[in-house]
Design a protein around this ligand. Structure first.
Ligand code: PGA
Length: 251
């Protein structure tokens, strides 16, 4: 039985001061909740204050991106070593906004995923098709390429600490959610790919989140699907009430 995993992807929202105040409230709101893993992924400048504010709570800290090198002349980048030093547990990699706005390729994402494992960070690896790809009926082919390229050279041992987020691009920030059945079908397909890559035992341990307009109103119908083990939440993770309701709805 996989433990549900709800992660908040804050994107480029909340200053460090706002972020710390938010998690102090969130900590209180989730204090009696168990049976679910929860993470918040603030922007880089808020990681340290959020880490301090989370002290004494089970809420984990995540980042939204990183470079794959330990250090170097890469102006504006943040390294896995820096995230590890900060006590970051998870790192979102391959988000569709990184792919679309910053030109991240499957090959680059693969380098980042391997670097994350090297540094003891647990990747939340995002995959998903665009609306055009769905309408052309190539959703599975697109997701298959993303999964296979993204996970090239990842070992079964490493994959135990992997989370995959299936996020149809057309459902992100649009208010449109995939039907639970459609989301399940792709998540089931992803798990089959994982079976081929890492064997059944490991594939059954990997948590697959759904992402794309997850809200308190739809978390329940998503989480009951056999291959959906949680959610990567954008907009609804920015308010304590809605994020708390999603976390509680996932148990
Ligand atoms: P959304 O974003 O919940 O606002 O649709 C999800 C994501 O981009 O991870």
């Amino acid at each position: 039985m996989r433990k549900p995993f709800i992660a908040g992807n804050w994107k480029m929202y909340k200053t460090p001061v706002e972020a710390a105040a938010f998690v102090r409230e969130l900590k209180d709101s989730l204090k009696d909740v168990s049976g679910v893993d929860v993470a918040v992924c603030p922007p880089f400048p808020a990681l340290w204050p959020v880490k301090e504010a989370l002290e004494g709570s089970d809420i984990a800290l995540g980042a939204q991106n990183m470079h794959f090198e330990k250090e170097g002349a890469f102006t504006g980048e943040v390294s896995p070593a820096m995230l590890q030093d900060l006590g970051v547990k998870y790192v979102i990699l391959g988000h569709s906004e990184r792919r679309a706005c910053f030109g991240e390729t499957d090959e680059l994402i693969n380098q980042k995923i391997k670097a994350a494992f090297t540094w003891g960070l647990n990747p939340i690896f995002c995959v998903g098709e665009t609306l055009e790809e769905r309408e052309r009926g190539i959703t599975k082919a697109v997701v298959e390429i993303q999964v296979l390229k993204g996970l090239a050279e990842v070992t079964a041992e490493q994959a135990e600490n992997l989370t995959i987020a299936y996020e149809p691009v057309w459902a992100i920030g649009t208010g449109k959610t995939a039907t639970p059945e459609d989301a399940q079908e792709v998540c089931r397909f992803i798990r089959e790919l994982l079976v081929n890559l890492f064997g059944k035992e490991i594939a059954e341990k990997v948590r697959i989140q759904y992402g794309g307009s997850v809200k308190p109103e739809n978390i329940k119908e998503l989480i009951v699907q056999p291959d959906i083990d949680g959610a990567l939440v954008g907009g609804a993770s920015l308010k304590v009430d809605s994020f708390t309701a999603i976390v509680k709805g996932s148990i």
